[in-house]
Structure formats: C-alpha cells, structure tokens
Design a protein around this ligand. Structure first.
Ligand code: OAD
Length: 245
C-alpha cells in the first residue's frame, strides 16, 4: 500500500492532507477517542459545547488549561515536519487540520487550514466585537479568562460541537478538495463537516488515501488504506520521494 501511495504522490500535481489528533499522538498529545481520550470521566462531546461552557465556564476552562499545559510541553513530530516541508516545496500541497494544538504551525507549515481554530486563541463569550486574540500563557492569569475588550468572560476561540466552521476556512478546505490525491491521516473520520471532506474530494475525482493505526469508518471507502503510525509513514513516504514536486 505504501508503494501504491508513493506512486500516486509521484504523479499527483495537487495533494491535500487532512490531519486529526492521531498525527499529534506521537508528540504526547492524547487523542479524543480511544485510550487516554477521556478527561476525568468526560468525553470531548460533553465539554466542547457552548451549552457546557454556559453551564460552567470555569469547569470547561479547567479542561482547556489542562490541554494547553500538555500541548505547551510537546513538540512537532516527524509527521508534522514532513508535511511542513511538502507545503514549503509546493504551492499545490495543502494541509488541512482538525487539530487546535498548532503543532503544524510550529513545524512551519504554509497555507495551513485550521478547521477547528487554535487553542492558543481566545474570543469574547458575549461577542462584544473585539477580534479574537492570542494568549499563550500557561496557566492563564484570570480564571476563567477575561475578554480583553469588555472584561467579560473569554472563551477558547475554537469550534465547538454545534457551532459552524468559519466560512473562510471551510471555503479553503473545499477548494483544496479539488486535488489529485487527498490523504486523511490520524483522524477517526466521524466528526463532520471535516469527515465529509474526504467524500467530497472523492466526488471531485481525487484518489483518496487514509493513514491510521486502526481501521475507521472511512477505510472501506478510500482507494488506499494504510495501517500505520503517521509519524512513521510520512517519513517513509518522504524518503521514497526525495525530489517530490
Ligand atoms: P480522534 O481522537 O477521534 O481520532 C484519532 C484517530 O487517530 C483514531 O482513529 C486513531 O486510531 C488514530 N491514531 C492514533 N494514533 C495515531 C498515529 N500515531 N498515527 C496515525 N493515526 C493514529 O481525533 P479526530 O479525528 O481528530 O473536535 O477528532 C475529530 C474532532 O473531534 C476533533 O478535532 C475535536 C474532537 O472532538 C472538536 O473539538 C470540535
């Protein structure tokens, strides 16, 4: 399967890679589903919602503070570095991520589409009009964090369940689906609309591939399902393609 993917990569002019939490697992960041995916006894779906935040902002912030501290101690791994290198080499290679950890940013990825935002950005819960701002302090000074505009409560500027993705990010992601090869890596492929991008790319005529340590609902639908760890498979692909594009 890896050989087949190498052959596709050699011929593809436009390549899009969509990543999920599994790509950051080797950096030490727990995935949402599977072993270690729970925080205390809570699932992401119970914490990453406007309703949960409205009910108890301090509690939801506690989860985000825990994740921010964890992410701050982690570094990009080999998968992030290969993807960053590909994005620098070709304007036709696009990386779309569901991850909010910004490890693709730290690896130097160009033209990155961050579908779910960044855990390092905050916005006003009351939408006072102030633009989202970056705050990388760990821990944050105020608990819960305060809005820099109105002094009200601030929230993580990430997309929660039940909220819409930014139109600009979704547009960029849909445009990137018009490619020759679309690879979904380290994602359980169950959270929409991100999971739908794979189907959209296929409908647009792309060859589709998956890189995951275990089968997902997308495995049966992709052209090439590679069972393997992203931090091992991407360097293997890169080694086979020294003069990619
Ligand atoms: P999940 O936690 O749902 O899935 C992680 C996937 O990575 C699983 O399918 C694992 O098998 C796979 N995996 C783990 N380690 C891997 C490795 N080293 N190499 C390759 N694959 C590996 O994470 P996402 O699919 O990213 O959204 O979750 C999607 C969204 O659900 C997240 O962005 C987040 C979450 O709730 C929001 O918060 C809105």
């Amino acid at each position: 399967m890896i050989d087949k993917l190498v052959a596709q990569l050699k011929h593809a002019r436009r390549v899009t890679v969509m990543t999920g939490a599994g790509v950051s697992a080797a950096s030490g960041i727990p995935t949402f589903r599977g072993d270690g995916g729970l925080w205390r006894s809570f699932r992401a779906e119970e914490l990453a919602t406007p309703e949960a935040f409205e009910r108890d902002p301090a509690f939801v912030w506690e989860w985000y503070e825990w994740r921010r501290a964890k992410i701050a101690s982690c570094a990009p791994n080999a998968a992030h570095h290969v993807l960053a290198e590909w994005s620098r080499r070709s304007p036709h290679c696009t990386v779309i991520t569901q991850n909010v950890d910004d490890l693709h940013v730290r690896a130097g990825t160009e033209r990155l589409v961050r579908l779910h935002g960044s855990i390092w950005e905050l916005s006003c819960w009351d939408r006072c009009g102030v633009a989202p701002w970056r705050d990388e302090r760990v821990p944050l000074v105020d608990r819960p964090a305060r809005c820099v505009g109105c002094g009200g409560i601030a929230r993580p500027a990430v997309v929660w369940f039940g909220e819409s993705l930014s139109a600009a990010d979704m547009d960029a992601a849909l445009r990137a689906c018009a490619c020759d090869l679309f690879i979904a890596a380290g994602t359980s492929a169950i959270v929409y609309p991100a999971a739908g991008l794979l189907q959209h790319a296929k409908a647009c005529g792309a060859v589709t591939a998956e890189i995951n340590i275990e089968p997902t609902p997308a495995s049966g639908a992709v052209d090439l399902a590679i069972q393997g760890a992203a931090e091992l498979v991407f360097p293997q692909l890169a080694a086979e393609l020294p003069r990619l594009w």
